[in-house]
Design a binder for this molecule. Structure first.
Ligand SMILES: Nc1nc2c(c(=O)[nH]1)N[C@H]1C(S)=C(S)[C@@H](COP(=O)(O)O)O[C@H]1N2
Ligand SMILES: [Mo]
Length: 366
């Protein structure tokens, strides 16, 4: 039997590629903007500089008035909450660094055909909302529940499967103190692209868990097998590897490229003398950063850490570099409280996930 060649229902399997970026990758890169690395300077990423990852289309919501969050399935009291109802629960504000699990994908060779991030899929914001736990207590989650599924209003196709963006957490993960139903970012209503009017924030996890445009929570008695849960966001060595689900962020540090750039190549020119390098470091699961090291031409030295700014927020670091004329390579790497550190070379992952290899910056000093 010949295969239906329909490009949406039976898409060509996306494989691995090398060399030039495809038209599709460039289009995705234009939709899903990244943090400008010089914006690592801000403790809180200003509006419009926080990275974006949007699988389908941003759903249109002109105001929060018509929005409801439905909690159904294995609960004693199914709930239908308007945003104003949610705002009557206790509120919390948490400073959280979010990073996309695909950050660094473009550096993996061969690379998965997807959003081609270099290093910039990160940002830090103060998210205000109601602890999910409080609302779940009111709904009364059944003791035999296995998964809570969080659905966004956005819908589309991936791998030939039509679905609303949906991700699950176990009852234990969902009732962690710091998981928020968030309606504000840096003190203002969410921007459309960040999930207006309501999103989940799951601190310490890679970004895919923090479901945007959240309008439905379904409590189910078995493991959720939706596409975004079991069809992707797995660490896999190859197409047929069943893989390991991706959860917490791996440690990473980034530095602001010093000096001035060439507009096209982004190569840096620095004046000789004392240069203050500045960057950020973070890890997952609320783990503190233990150290950041900087290497000039392969020679590693400790950077100075700024005070912590919250359990889930990136931490600033500084390093004074005595820049001498010539060509140099700068690197930085973070180590977290579990002793996990960043590898020098990216490890291979079939879909390009979890690449936390050290950042390398080539600099000319004159
Ligand atoms: N509903 C919905 N939620 C979503 C997504 C999405 O496409 N749809 N993208 C996820 C992914 S992969 C990431 S990395 C983060 C990005 O959040 P941001 O765009 O606010 O930075 O949102 C997550 N939540
Ligand atoms: Mo992501």
């Amino acid at each position: 039997m010949s295969r239906d060649p329909h490009p949406i229902l039976n898409p060509e399997t996306r494989g691995l590629t090398e060399g030039p970026f495809s038209r599709e990758e460039v289009r995705l890169a234009n939709r899903n903007s990244g943090l400008l690395l010089e914006a690592l300077r801000y403790d809180l990423t200003p509006f419009g500089l926080h990275y974006l990852l949007i699988h389908f289309d941003v759903p249109y919501a002109s105001s929060a008035d018509g929005w409801t969050l439905e909690i159904s399935g294995m609960v004693e009291n199914p709930l239908r909450l308007k945003l104003d109802d949610l705002k009557r629960y206790p509120q919390r504000t948490l400073r959280v660094t979010l990073e996309c699990a695909g950050n660094g994908r473009a550096a993996i060779a061969p690379r998965a055909q997807s959003q081609p991030w270099h290093l910039e899929a990160v940002g830090t914001a103060e998210w205000t909302g109601t602890p999910l736990k409080t609302v779940l207590e009111q709904a009364g989650v059944n003791a035999y529940a296995r998964d809570l599924v969080f659905y966004g209003k956005d819908r589309g196709f991936s791998g030939g499967i039509e679905h609303h963006y949906g991700r699950s957490l176990t009852p234990e993960q969902a009732s962690a103190e710091d998981v928020l139903l968030a309606w504000a970012m840096n003190g203002a209503p969410l921007l459309p692209q960040h999930g207006f009017p309501l999103r989940l924030i799951v601190p310490g996890w890679y970004g895919m868990a923090s479901v945007k445009w959240l309008d439905r929570i379904e409590v189910i008695d078995g493991p959720f097998d939706g596409f975004q849960q079991t069809g992707t966001y797995l660490y896999r060595k190859g197409e047929h590897d069943p893989g390991v689900p991706i959860t917490m962020m791996r440690p990473r540090s980034l530095m602001i490229p010093p000096g001035i750039p060439d507009a096209y190549s982004r190569r840096r020119l620095v004046e000789c003398g004392e240069i203050e390098l500045f960057g950020r470091a973070w890890s997952g699961a609320g783990l503190p950063i233990k150290s950041v090291e900087v290497a000039v031409d392969g020679h590693w030295q400790l950077a100075r850490l700024e005070p912590e700014a919250g359990q889930y927020a990136w931490r600033g670091w500084r390093f004074t570099w005595e820049a001498r004329p010539g060509e140099h390579e700068l690197m930085c790497r973070a180590r977290d409280a579990c002793g996990e550190t960043q590898p020098l070379e990216q490890r291979f992952d079939y879909e390009g996930f979890g690449n936390n290899a050290v950042q390398r910056i080539d600099v000319t000093v004159r």
